[in-house]
Design a protein around this ligand. Sequence first.
Ligand SMILES: [Zn+2]
Ligand SMILES: [Zn+2]
Ligand SMILES: [Zn+2]
Ligand SMILES: [Zn+2]
Length: 273
Amino acid sequence: MFISRVDECDAVSVDLLSLQQTVKGEECYTFFECPVCKKLYRNLPIYQCQSGHSICNTCKPRLEKCPTCRAPFGMTRNYSLEGLTAGVSYPCIYHDLGCMMSLSPAEISRHEAVCPYKPYNCPLPQCTMSGSHDIITNHLQEFHSDHVVVSDSHGYAESFRLEQHSLYNHIFDRKVLLAFDHIFRLTCKRVSDYCMWAAEAIGVQSELKNFVYEVSIIDVRRPEKRLIRTDYCLNEMPEEDLFKKCIMFPNSILSSYSSHGMVSYHFKIKKGV
Ligand SMILES: [Zn+2]
Ligand SMILES: [Zn+2]
Ligand SMILES: [Zn+2]
Ligand SMILES: [Zn+2]
């Protein structure tokens, strides 16, 4: 009754979620759950105390004695349980948000990185809002409209262009772009001898390679003189990491494009090939 998935190689897999939903199965489900953190055993090794109570490898280093029987933990592993976890389908950690995916431990970790139910964090600093893609999209337009740019042909445009004239000496800008049904965070900043431009795709990472961003520095006196760089959009990451990976131009070169203390640039996001 607990067999819910038979994969291509005829191996039988037990779905922990359907196990939990049956009266008899619920007790069985608890054997796959660490008694301390109540999380399912997904990563090996699984340890056990001298009396045989199991514990996950995150909780074990934090405890001197078994919380169930007070016996000390050694390095004894529960190989039977470890073996069983390989044949079990684990629910996605976003199950409570609506995801019904259930896969092997290795597969479910890969899925969770791109799960469409994974909550998004508001991409603007000092805001702790999180929620689904739609909730965050609405939140951005309602509460951060000063920083939000909505592409006019939402989701259909081949490219999007944000034109910005910034003071060369104070170049800094952070905007959120809603385009192609995605949320992008655009950052432009001067860091010592360089100016840097970054475009991060917020949230789901599966289609990242489909988007590229292009920065063009324009000499307004001679519009045909342009400096153009293109790169793939980046994953969402902390600002200090971002600037190791994004498009950069040395200030010495930018200064030759500036006019009356201004540098003009185009920031464009388009679908990759
Ligand atoms: Zn644990
Ligand atoms: Zn014990
Ligand atoms: Zn999921
Ligand atoms: Zn916010």
